[in-house]
Design a protein around this ligand. Structure first.
Ligand SMILES: C[S@@+](CC[C@H](N)C(=O)[O-])C[C@H]1O[C@@H](n2cnc3c(N)ncnc32)[C@H](O)[C@@H]1O
Ligand code: SF4
Length: 454
């Protein structure tokens, strides 16, 4: 089967697998008391041994990028920073009250929205409060998402002083026409300025986010964006497939769908990008991520310690993730919880002294095992099926696995499943073969929830 045929065959809605079960399978009604108890037990078990991860969602952006699928609030009024920081600190205190010992922070990520919307002083105040009640793990890793248009040297220096060594920049696309239609005018000089300033200060890893499949992109325009990117030598590159979900991200209705490429043309953009990255010394980690061999992400891939959670690929593995802020997701290895998705509801919960969890899930032993298969496939390109799952695999997953094997995307070796080189571009599809929520409900899966794989 040719690559084009594979693309057509596998361009079906599949999740990105930053969790298993994925968010649409979680419950809308959460027993918060039970959730708290699971957190207490798991924290007491995990904290000393492995430390915890913290994710803080900072949702504000000054202007709307029309393609954006993230949880964000557009405003130019910076007085919102104060109330939001107060709410995050309050939420953190609610978590502290559930802890029987001082939390050991191993991983911290500031995501958005735009974390660099906040002033350096406010970010410092927020983080200082959080650190005051914590111990920092000896192998900690702190990172943040910066917008090239508003990340200042003061942001970089302040966060460096607080321990941040990794930075992710939203580059997306450098073409002026594409930038105009996505409402994100961002001269390449801004990307260059922030990248060089970060390196001069001592940041050890800079990631660029790029997107393929944006309106008006062409092979030539994306090749130019990537050529300009490669000159700046980011240590990591996330090359995302544009997720078109206008039913949840209303900004996407602002451009004409005729400006989007059909799947077989869109995948050519991906192939062009991938070829250019590989030609210039980058390594394909999987799930649209590329890394220079000198970066920790590549080293973690090689030594099998690569991990994946709501923040994407990470080199740290903790089982407890506390997500603070609107829409943030937390997990304990046995439970997931998602905070209220509107700022109004988030504030309401926190002001009343309640954890703002609105959606959640308690994992069964089967969920944990199948989540492990999916994690193995996405981080290590292989997995081993446990004998106790033989029957379930045969009933629900076998047909899909055989199809993937016949199409050359995986090799089945007894209980071992190995992703082939061609299969790497279809990692999401391979993971979905182990997703019992999809496989069990296939017959009823008319409802569109996820974006297409390509
Ligand atoms: C929450 S944004 C944070 C970055 C920061 N706000 C900025 O724009 O520079 C994280 C990344 O998600 C990606 N993203 C947002 N919407 C997307 C979509 N509809 N499809 C694919 N990727 C998307 C972008 O690459 C973006 O850099
Ligand atoms: S892409 Fe980033 S800056 Fe643009 S709206 Fe989304 S979160 Fe905000």
């Amino acid at each position: 089967m040719t690559y084009q045929h594979l693309v057509q065959r596998y361009n079906v809605p599949v999740p990105r697998y930053t969790s298993y079960p994925t968010v649409p399978s979680w419950k809308d009604r959460v027993d918060v008391q039970q959730y708290k108890q699971v957190f207490k037990d798991r924290f007491a078990f995990e904290n000393k041994a492995n430390g915890i991860s913290l994710y803080i969602h900072l949702p504000f952006c000054e202007s709307l990028c029309t393609y954006c699928g993230c949880n964000k609030k557009i405003t130019t009024n910076h007085s919102v920073e104060e109330d939001y920081i107060a709410a995050i600190i309050k939420e953190w205190q609610l978590y502290l009250s559930l802890m029987t010992e001082t939390p050991v922070i191993k991983e911290l990520h500031l995501g958005g929205g735009t974390p660099t919307f906040f002033s350096p002083e406010n970010l410092e105040r927020l983080l200082t409060e959080i650190f005051e009640a914590s111990v920092i793990h000896s192998e900690y890793e702190f990172s943040f998402e910066g917008h090239p248009n508003n990340t200042t040297v003061a942001h970089l220096e302040t966060l460096y002083k607080l321990g941040f060594r990794r930075l992710s920049l939203g580059v997306q696309d450098n073409d002026p026409e594409v930038q105009r239609i996505i409402n994100r005018i961002q001269p390449i000089e801004n990307v260059q300025r922030v990248t060089e300033a970060a390196r001069a200060i001592g940041y050890k890893s800079v990631n660029f986010d790029l997107i393929y499949g944006l309106p008006l992109q062409t092979i030539d325009s994306i090749a130019k964006t990537i050529d300009q990117t490669i000159v700046l030598r980011p240590d990591r590159i996330a090359f995302y497939s544009y997720a078109h979900v206008p039913w949840t991200s209303k900004g996407q209705r602002l451009f004409d769908e005729h400006d989007l490429l059909p799947p077989d043309e869109k995948i050519k953009l991906y192939q062009k990008g991938k070829d250019l990255f590989l030609d210039h010394g980058y390594f394909d980690i999987g799930m649209d991520h590329f890394s220079l061999p000198s970066d920790d992400l590549y080293k973690a891939f090689l030594d099998g310690s690569l991990h994946r959670n709501f923040m994407g690929y990470t080199t740290q593995h903790t089982n407890i993730l506390i997500g603070l802020g609107v829409s943030s997701i937390s997990s304990t290895g046995q439970s997931f919880g998602q905070n209220a998705k509107t700022i109004h509801n988030y504030y309401n919960h926190v002001e009343r002294g309640n954890l703002p969890i609105e959606k959640g899930y308690l994992l069964t032993a089967e969920d944990v095992r199948f989540g492990r298969y999916i994690l193995d496939i996405s981080c290590r390109g292989k997995t081993n099926i446990l004998p106790e799952d033989d029957e379930t695999i045969d009933i629900y997953c076998r047909i899909e696995l055989e199809k993937l094997k016949n199409d050359g995307l995986i090799v089945l070796n007894g209980r071992e499943v190995l992703v082939t080189e061609t299969g790497k571009s279809f990692t999401r599809n391979i993971c979905s073969a182990f997703d019992l929520y999809i496989q069990r409900n296939k017959v009823h899966s008319e409802k569109r929830v996820f974006s297409n794989a390509i």
